[in-house]
Design a protein around this ligand. Structure first.
Ligand SMILES: [Zn+2]
Length: 576
């Protein structure tokens, strides 16, 4: 039986789960929003049920199906298209394979389109393409986010090449929203294929998939028939897509509204609207500033001691700071090009009520996590994910915060094959022109180009016991001393400590660490860092984009220009 069993006011008494085959009490299934309480299978919902689940009760204002040219081909297969169309209309009670409405999600105004798979396989017709376009145009007019719930087998064959043109029409409607800075979210339900996947379903800023939902261009059976190859387990499922960098997150039906609320609270924060649930920006902390901006405020330390201290696995990592400083963090995954980097995390959240895009390199504390996170060495997919999220921040006008903590970009065959150097280089250029504030902080290890790939910023901060260097002391010793044991001498020669970096102007401020270092008191360290970040963001918040970019350009243009600057060592290397 189909999901339409959930429609209407009365639930059937017992329903058999399509996956685990267990009988479920109808009312229980209804309460669980059509998710099997036994196995978690997300049963297909009708578009009407979905819209009702998505929007706040009573907020729905339906958008009328626009008039379109129907059956321009006079198409007939075994049955005339006209008959198929009227049959689908009769069975579903809908005019087309999608419905749309203006409404609210947890108080945030949205324009929403929901596709109906029961209507000719959710196929993309002139009518569906027009409805999506009209809804996107309304989102533009009302300046509210667009949410699209996808379910489709692809283009509608019976409408020929005109169906293909709907892919372009909807894509350009989304482009207009990009240009206007209006966020878009697509929700992938099972199944989403063909022309829908190759247009609006994957062009949205954030792509959320339901557990187990399949998405792809060609269907598994077509692929198997064409290439005669056994497909991997879980092929094209949400879990497969997450691993291959193509969706941002997987969310159960119960989590969906909460996730949308958190995402849209950040992404749709500009222009300000009186959203229910949006926290007011709190006043900056009054405690004494933990930020040191003059080298003489810092003790002279041994660079080798610092290098060893910075690598202490007990120091807080990016995700620790996110947990302690960022409210309502929603992690976003994937570079959308086929890769997901475990060493690079990113997402949106609030820093004391200020919307921020957070990007960071994650090492972890235990052997298992270090392994899983690739020892904090990012893949090209990590830099490309960071780039995608920075572009999204620029589109939505929210500042970018980066936490740098890597020994270096991953040196491996696959990384080279996938253009590691290109990925880093592209980020340098992107960050140079990003029209929103960027604040970067080196929390432990700033390893060369791998660190720089997310560290071009308006304000570069460093923790007192962190370091930033063109090469690791060991690497430098091996090359120049031809002896890795000379690492302590190399560290001293490289002048990689926070104090040295401040003197050279490579960093703008040093965040003092608690006694015993950041590892001794995570909470205290996070408080100090939080104060510094808030102060930096407050300083940059009101600066117009072009001025930010000009000042950033001047900052980097100045490096290495004058031999008479405050840097006394001539062979100090600036990151190139
Ligand atoms: Zn089940």
């Amino acid at each position: 039986m189909t999901g339409s069993a959930l429609a209407g006011t009365r639930a059937p008494s017992w329903v058999l789960c399509d996956r685990c085959r267990l009988p479920i009490y109808g009312k229980r299934l209804l309460r669980a929003q059509g998710v099997c309480p036994e196995c978690g299978h997300h049963r297909r919902l009708t578009a009407v049920e979905r819209l009702a689940q998505l929007l706040d009760p009573g907020s729905e204002r339906p958008i009328e199906a626009p008039a379109v040219a129907e059956d321009m081909l006079g198409f007939v297969d075994q049955v005339p298209y006209r008959d198929r169309l009227s049959d689908a209309r009769r069975r579903t009670g809908l005019h087309e394979a999608a419905i749309a409405a203006l409404g609210r999600v947890c108080g945030i105004p949205v324009a929403a389109v929901v596709m109906e798979f029961e209507f000719m396989g959710g196929s993309l017709s002139n009518g569906v393409g027009e409805l999506i376009t009209v809804t996107a145009e309304l989102a533009l007019e009302e300046s509210c986010p667009l949410v699209i719930v996808c379910a489709s087998g692809g283009a509608r064959m019976q409408e020929g090449a005109l169906s293909l043109m709907q892919m372009v029409k909807t894509s350009q409607a989304l482009l207009a929203l990009d240009n206007a800075g209006i966020p878009t979210v697509s929700i992938i339900t099972d199944p989403t294929f063909g022309g829908v996947t190759a247009s609006f379903a994957t062009l949205c800023d954030v792509i959320i998939a339901e557990p187990g939902a399949r998405m792809g261009f060609a269907g598994a059976r077509v692929i198997e028939r064409t290439i005669r190859q056994q497909l991997p387990d879980g092929f094209q499922t949400a879990e497969f897509l997450l691993e291959h960098g193509q969706v941002d997150a997987i969310r159960t039906r119960a989590q969906l509204r909460g996730t949308l609320h958190r995402l849209l609270s950040v992404l749709a924060a500009r222009p300000r609207r009186t959203d229910v649930g949006n926290k007011p920006v709190s006043t900056p902390a009054r405690r004494p500033p933990a930020l040191l901006t003059e080298a003489r405020q810092l003790p002279a330390v041994d660079s080798w001691d610092i290098a060893r201290m910075a690598r202490n696995p007990s120091r807080p990592c990016t995700l620790d700071y996110i947990r302690m400083l960022i409210d309502d963090f929603e992690e976003l995954h994937g570079d959308r090009l086929g890769g997901e980097c475990p060493a690079t995390v990113g997402g949106v959240g609030m820093l004391d009520g200020r919307p921020v895009m957070v990007i960071g390199q994650q090492k972890g504390h235990t052997a298992a996590e270090l392994n899983q996170r690739n020892f904090g060495m990012p893949l090209p997919a990590g830099y490309r994910k960071a780039a995608r999220l920075m572009r999204l921040a620029a589109k939505c006008g929210i500042p970018v915060l980066t936490f740098v903590d890597t020994g270096g970009a991953y040196p491996g065959v696959s990384a080279e094959e996938n253009g590691q150097a290109l990925a880093i280089a592209e980020n340098l250029k992107l960050m140079c022109g990003l029209p929103v504030p960027i604040v970067s902080v080196i929390i432990s290890e700033g390893g060369s180009g791998g660190a720089l790939g997310i560290a071009v910023a308006d304000r570069v901060l460093i923790l007192a016991n962190a370091f930033y260097s063109v090469i690791s002391p060991e690497g430098c010793a091996a090359i120049l001393w031809r002896d890795a044991a000379a690492a302590p001498q190399a560290a001293r020669a490289l002048r990689l400590s926070a104090r040295d970096l401040l003197e050279m102007g490579v960093v703008d401020g040093v965040v003092a660490e608690p006694d015993g270092g950041a590892q001794a008191d995570h909470e205290e360290m996070a408080q100090r860092l939080g104060d510094a970040l808030r102060a930096a963001l407050d300083e940059l918040r009101s600066v117009p984009g072009p001025e930010l970019v000009a000042a950033r350009r001047a900052r980097y243009r100045a490096f290495g220009r004058s031999p008479a600057n405050s840097c006394s060592t001539t062979d100090a290397r600036m990151p190139a």
